[in-house]
Design a protein around this ligand. Structure first.
Ligand code: G3I
Length: 345
């Protein structure tokens, strides 16, 4: 049978996964490495390229895990989505505590950011297809204040101008990498869901950046969905990708997973409703991506329920079953549905 990667390439679409480097290196878990290599044409480091992983001690970069991912991709002829240059989470403690206690000034912070972007992007120059330059810079309607705004460490300390700076610094370091803004809850516009306003906010932001000549090449829509929220509609998601694409940028689904509340009551019906709903959600995003020229890649945020960030993150109520293979590496309905989308597109 053909892999997701091979079927995607028929359409010029890369099908990717986030990769956990610790698991990739676990000799007792060989299936993980085998499937990561064979089923996907693109890989993203789930954590290994984040600032806290790369520079745990000030001035001392540890490239081991990130280098391994890039080497794994090279050996398997995969492209790499670089993730992530600027984010408010998973920053090294020396950085956040230095800012908190005043030992790192705002001016120094800006310079540290410039240096970080330049150092990381230069190291992998020519080896990264798409970089998530800025991640999750925009608030959600449930944040305070509820009016959408630029949120988090970077906006608070440097003001929103850091976004344009980050893209310029990244472009200077590797002129050929595609530079993405990446965020969640931007899968659709105007469906009546309050989170939709965030799509419009991001749209306006990207439009503004492009108008100022800021080198932004893409919008990454993460695609963290849940079966308890119902399904998006293919036309709605297609329209959203088109709308972002109309700004002259590429688009991509960058972190797709579809979680469910646990425990799963299971097979009371002939068809497990959670597995079915999960498959439907994975499929809506895939169909939309296939329908829109700007959509370059479809990446899942982990491919097996054996290793997924979801159960560790959502405990009240517990959630899981978020990926396309079960805990024993058996393909789930979502996997088959993605394949049929790719076959029949
Ligand atoms: O590395 C330590 C390990 O030494 C320790 O024993 C263990 C105990 O908890 O923690 C490990 O660190 C964890 C790290 O993942 C590596 O596994 C952190 O606690 C945990 O918080 C961290 O979670 C990651 C999360 O980002 C943190 O923000 C998830 O793996 C990762 O999937 C998730 O990814 C983000 C994207 O980058 C951006 N979009 C949202 C997405 C999901 O939250």
């Amino acid at each position: 049978a053909q892999s997701l990667a091979a079927l995607g390439l028929r359409h010029g679409l890369q099908v990717g996964t986030a990769v956990d480097l610790a698991v990739l290196n676990d000799a007792n878990d060989p299936q993980y490495r085998r499937l990561a290599a064979s089923e996907f044409s693109s890989v993203t480091a789930e954590n290994a390229m984040k600032w806290e992983s790369l520079e745990p001690t000030r001035g001392v970069y540890d490239w081991a895990a990130a280098d391994q991912l890039v080497e794994f991709a090279r050996r398997n002829k995969q492209s790499v989505r670089g993730h992530v240059l600027v984010w408010h989470n998973q920053l090294p403690t020396w950085l956040t505590s230095g800012v908190a206690d005043g030992s790192i000034s705002k001016q120094e912070l800006r310079e540290l950011l410039r240096k970080h972007i330049s150092t990381v992007v230069k190291r992998y120059k020519g080896k990264i297809w798409q970089w998530d330059v800025v991640n999750e810079a925009v608030s959600d309607p449930w944040d305070t204040p509820s009016t959408l705004h630029y949120k988090g460490f970077w906006a608070q300390n440097l003001g929103p101008g850091y976004i344009a700076d980050a893209f310029r610094w990244a472009r200077a370091a590797d002129p050929r990498a595609l530079l993405f803004y990446n965020d969640y809850n931007i899968e659709a516009f105007g469906s009546g869901n309050p989170a939709d306003d965030k799509s419009q906010f991001v749209y306006d932001m990207v439009k503004g950046l492009r108008a100022q000549g800021v080198p932004i090449d893409g919008v990454g829509s993460q695609g963290h969905l849940g079966t308890q929220y119902g399904n998006y509609d293919t036309l709605q998601v297609t329209a959203a990708l088109k709308k972002f694409g109309s700004l002259g940028v590429a688009t991509a689904f960058t972190e797709v997973d579809v979680r469910s509340e646990l425990p799963d009551p299971g097979d009371s019906a002939e068809i497990n409703p959670r597995l079915q709903a999960s498959a439907a959600n994975f499929s809506v995003l895939m169909k939309a991506c296939l329908a829109v020229r700007s959509c370059l890649s479809y990446t899942v945020w982990g491919f097996t329920d054996r290793h997924s960030w979801v159960p560790g993150w959502f405990s009240d109520p517990p959630q899981g079953m978020a990926t396309i293979y079960d805990e024993n590496y058996q393909p789930k309905r979502a996997y088959h549905e993605l394949k049929s989308d790719l076959i029949f597109a």
